[in-house]
Design a protein. Structure first.
Lengths: 209, 386, 339
């Protein structure tokens, strides 16, 4: 019996306390920010849309490899020794044409892992967060600064250069073989120290190391 | 539990009146199932006879993705997305596992930063759990008050690492950014601001008689059942079991702080009911505030990135490391085959194990109680389905 | 009011039709305003702002925009639903809520129908809502709607009893069921109101009436039938467009009807609280409407403060708390009057 009255009293009392709190909150100022009329300033380290400064990109593929969702697609072509691609702002000479640098920002998970390995700090996360599109293909950002026509041109020249290099190498190898065949092999000569093998030609630097 | 159901009635001619059990779907889309969880309820009127949870609607192949990564650090964004409401704790668990595999020590400042972030994250996660629980039982206002307070914590996180929910902050061997200038003052201001708000929410919801009537003596999880089902976290502590990984299987520097492990005592009902689990979470928030304030006072200077290895190539072997996330024991079992990619990463999800006890404690209660019980288990489908 | 219409036309049917439309002139704008007010009240209690953009100043035209949207929405009827019942249900619910306005005196000059059993009529006709709700739940062919409808039926029927008993206490004091006469008995300053007579019995009866009326209108803490977090939207889950708008209108009309009855019986209705100051028919309408709006505000206040009760706890409150206390009040008033 006592519990019955106790329950009723406690119910009424806790309801009144609750009502007092909500009534008090009627008069506290609202915490809402009226976006889009008012936009809060994001902190300095905010991680939103990616931006790449192509002048500084040396085509090292570090960001491509670091991305956990494979949203960065890079393609490079080795520059000819006669081409001058200029220097990055950090003082490095650029040796690769970056013919494709696509970021699918719809796939991007905004983790920022691509920012840290960049040697020239050219890929950054900005504070832009309003970039919706109606067409999903517009969310693939093409950052490469070479036009399609130039890309065809570059690749063609590179292919020609490769062929010349390959021909030169073949000719040099043929010469070396001929020179080797001209030396008469001794019948019972003491074992000669093995000729030092020519160093292997360096692999093109655009391959992943 | 046949004693709860009405006994079969007899008509005047002696035939037995049968009632049929109805199968109702609390489907994947439902305001109260905290994500895409399908609960198949077999009900007899309002009484629930059986609950069959169906999961897998949010399976995103976390474990398979980890095997496809090129290095161990790349798995951390995926760990964020396991329990997306407690990302810091997920990252820390994984980072600890890999650090154990590599046998490296992190600098002391990193330990302090990790503790501060993990405890802030615990408060943020509990705020969501409590707010949405209030929403489930019909109280709309505490939800907004708690989200307002949570925004402050997210501002602190955004200041530090740039993201508000999925941080990629705690890396193997350190953290990605040092604390920005002004963080310590802002964090102290937050602690001071938040303590009275806990009391206000208690007045508004926790000790409201209607809320007590909805949650006390509902979904009682006895101690032995909790231990048998391997429950962990507030589920376990709400049933009166005094076990907390931060104290009993220590990691980090938790032993440097003065704090208490909170257990349920059955103050307004039975030990192990929904109210106890709710109260354990509220009191854990207060304990986390204590830890944060002590850590902010004691934090030393140092370099936070000196121990981050350039190349992570652990020796072949396996390791299981468990940490205390807001939902319970999150364990990472990593098998390394000596290469830069993990061979296998398994995440032991606390909510998955806690949800398995749901049919046991829901039988015999009403539909409204099922909502209250599932809310008190505090599930996040991201880590249940991985 | 009837005299004014008699000067315009002799057709009885037309006169009474016009009389019955007058509360609608209040109810519809009031519903538009009340939805906006609810959103604003809830927002400010939760440290938010609520509607701000539609119409300029604090989004006052938000509900108007909502109604325009609802009118042009596609009317979706589930394929396996019972079409006739599905169509009729919102109308039955609305009629049940609106018919109660017939005998409520808006001022000393206007009462829709001055019958001697006014209060009895109100209690009886507002029970039609139950039929409408059951029709809605059944015809939706949806298990969750059915649940909501069954709970609503049980709830409304159970809470009719404490309502009627609490009102009975007042009727004993007043000696009449005619609402206009009850109003006239409370003329004078505010201590003449029935709330303060035979203290504390009528006061407790008032509390009982207010709590029971919350359950009648399915407001929190008794909003189990439309418990959003459990049943999506209860018995009106499967309704869209204008029919949903009708349910909404019916709910707000019901809220005002019970508030109006409460203020008529306990707080003096259209009487000014200052006696003859600010009295008269026009001021009377003002006092009546503001007392009604005050109770509507209290109903909103409670909604945003309290969690909801479970069904069996709801039944417990009705049968084991409100009804015995209502009986106690009646006994108390009876004994007092015998002395």
């Amino acid at each position: 019996m006592k519990k019955y009255f106790n329950d009723i009293f406690r119910s009424v009392w806790s309801v009144l306390i609750g009502m007092k709190i909500t009534f008090r909150h009627l008069f506290t100022p609202a915490v809402t920010v009226q976006y889009p009329d008012v936009r809060l300033k994001l902190p300095e380290r905010a991680r939103n849309r990616l931006y790449v400064n192509m002048d500084d990109c040396i085509g090292c593929f570090q960001c491509d490899m670091a991305c956990p969702v494979d949203c960065i697609m890079i393609e490079t072509v080795k520059a000819l020794p006669t081409d001058d691609l200029g220097m990055t702002s950090t003082g490095q000479k650029k040796r690769l044409w970056v013919t494709q640098f696509d970021i699918d920002i719809a796939k991007c998970c905004y983790c920022g892992l691509c920012v840290y390995p960049c040697p020239t700090e050219c890929i950054k996360m900005t504070d832009v967060y309003e970039f919706s599109e109606f067409n999903r293909s517009n969310l693939i950002y093409n950052y490469a600064t070479v036009t399609t026509a130039e890309v065809v041109d570059i690749k063609a020249k590179a292919a020609v250069y490769e062929k010349e290099q390959a021909a030169k190498k073949a000719a040099a190898a043929a010469e070396a073989a001929k020179a080797k065949a001209a030396i008469p092999a001794p019948a019972t000569a003491p074992a000669q120290p093995p000729r030092p093998t020519p160093p292997p030609s360096a692999p093109p630097p655009e391959n992943k190391s | 539990m046949s004693e709860i159901l009405t006994p079969p009635l007899k008509t005047s001619t002696g035939r037995t009146l049968r009632t049929e059990e109805m199968v109702v779907n609390m489907g994947p889309q439902h305001p109260s199932t905290h994500g895409v969880l399908r609960l198949e309820l077999v009900v007899d009127g309002e009484i629930v006879v059986d609950v069959i949870p169906h999961i897998g609607y949010l399976h995103r192949c976390f474990e398979k993705h980890s095997e496809a990564m090129t290095n161990y650090q790349q798995v951390i964004p995926y760990c964020d997305r396991l329990d997306y409401l407690a990302s810091m704790n997920m990252d820390w668990g994984y980072a600890l596992a890999v650090e154990k595999l590599l046998a490296i020590q992190v600098p002391e400042r990193v330990e302090y930063i990790r503790v501060i972030m993990a405890e802030l994250q615990r408060i943020a996660s509990h705020l969501i759990a409590l707010g949405t629980y209030g929403l489930d039982v019909g109280a709309f206002t505490p939800f907004l008050f708690m989200f307002r307070d949570r925004e402050r914590i997210l501002d602190l996180f955004e200041m530090t690492c740039g993201a508000r929910l999925l941080y990629n902050y705690i890396w193997v061997g350190g953290v990605s950014h040092d604390l920005p200038p002004g963080f310590i003052d802002k964090a102290r201001a937050f602690c001071k601001y938040f303590r009275p708000n806990i009391k206000e929410c208690n007045d508004l919801l926790t000790f409201n008689e209607i809320f007590i009537k909805r949650t006390a003596n509902v979904g009682v999880l006895p101690r032995e059942v909790a231990i048998a089902y391997a429950c962990s976290g507030p589920m376990l502590r709400g049933s009166g079991v005094d076990f907390d990984l931060r104290r009993d299987d220590p990691y980090g520097i938790y032993n440097k702080f003065q704090w208490n492990v909170v257990t349920g005592k059955g103050e307004v009902g039975t030990v192990g009911d929904c109210w106890d689990r709710y109260m354990v979470r509220v009191r854990e928030m207060e304990q986390s505030l204590d830890i944060i304030e002590q850590a902010l006072d004691q934090i030393p200077d140092g370099d936070v990135q000196s121990s981050i290895p350039k190349r992570i190539r652990p020796n072949p072997g396996d390791v299981y490391v468990r940490t205390e996330s807001p939902r319970g024991e999150i364990g990472f079992y990593i098998i390394s085959d000596g290469s830069q990619t993990p061979y296998r990463v398994k995440a032991r999800s606390p909510a998955f194990v806690n949800l398995s006890v749901c049919p046991e404690i829901c039988r015999g209660s009403m539909i409204a109680d099922v909502v209250a019980i599932v809310g008190s288990i505090d599930i996040v489908l991201g880590e249940i389905d991985r | 009011m009837e005299q004014i219409f008699r000067t315009l036309t002799e057709n009885d049917f037309l006169i009474y039709f016009l009389m019955s439309v007058i509360p609608l002139l209040w109810v519809v704008p009031y519903a538009l305003f009340a939805v906006w007010l609810e959103r604003k009240v809830s927002a400010h209690m939760q440290d938010r702002l609520g509607p701000m953009r539609v119409g300029g100043w604090h989004g006052w035209a938000q509900t108007v925009a909502d109604i325009l949207k609802l009118i042009q929405k596609e009317d979706i009827v589930p394929a396996a639903a019972d079409k006739k019942l599905h169509f009729l249900a919102p109308w039955v619910v609305f009629i049940g809520s609106y018919a109660a306005f017939a005998t409520i005196p808006f001022s000393s000059a206007y009462i829709g129908s001055n019958i001697s059993i006014g209060l009895f009529y109100v209690i009886a006709v507002s029970a039609i809502v139950v039929v409408g709700i059951l029709m809605a739940g059944w015809s939706s062919n949806n298990k969750w709607s059915l649940f909501g409808a069954m709970r609503a039926a049980a709830q409304i029927v159970s809470y009719e009893i404490p309502t009627a008993l609490a009102l009975l206490a007042v009727v004993m004091v007043a000696g009449t069921l005619n609402l206009q006469e009850i109003n006239q008995h409370q003329a004078g300053w505010f201590w003449n109101w029935y709330l303060f007579r035979k203290f504390p019995f009528v006061f407790i009866a008032f509390i009982i009436y207010f709590v029971a009326s919350l359950a009648e209108t399915n407001r929190t803490p008794f909003d189990i039938p439309e418990a959003e977090s459990e049943l999506v939207a209860g018995y009106h889950t499967e309704y869209s467009g204008m029919k949903f708008a009708l349910f909404f209108l019916a709910e707000y009309a019901n809220m005002f009807a019970v508030s109006a009855i409460g203020s008529t019986l306990f707080l003096g209705g259209w009487n000014s609280p200052f006696g003859d100051l600010l009295g008269g028919p026009v001021w009377g309408a003002f006092w009546f409407l503001s007392k009604g709006m005050f109770f509507v505000f209290v109903q909103m206040w409670l909604r945003w403060t309290l969690p909801r009760l479970r069904v069996d706890q709801l039944m417990y409150v009705s049968w084991k708390v409100l009804t015995p206390w209502a009986f106690a009040c009646i006994l108390g008033v009876g004994f007092w009057m015998m002395m």
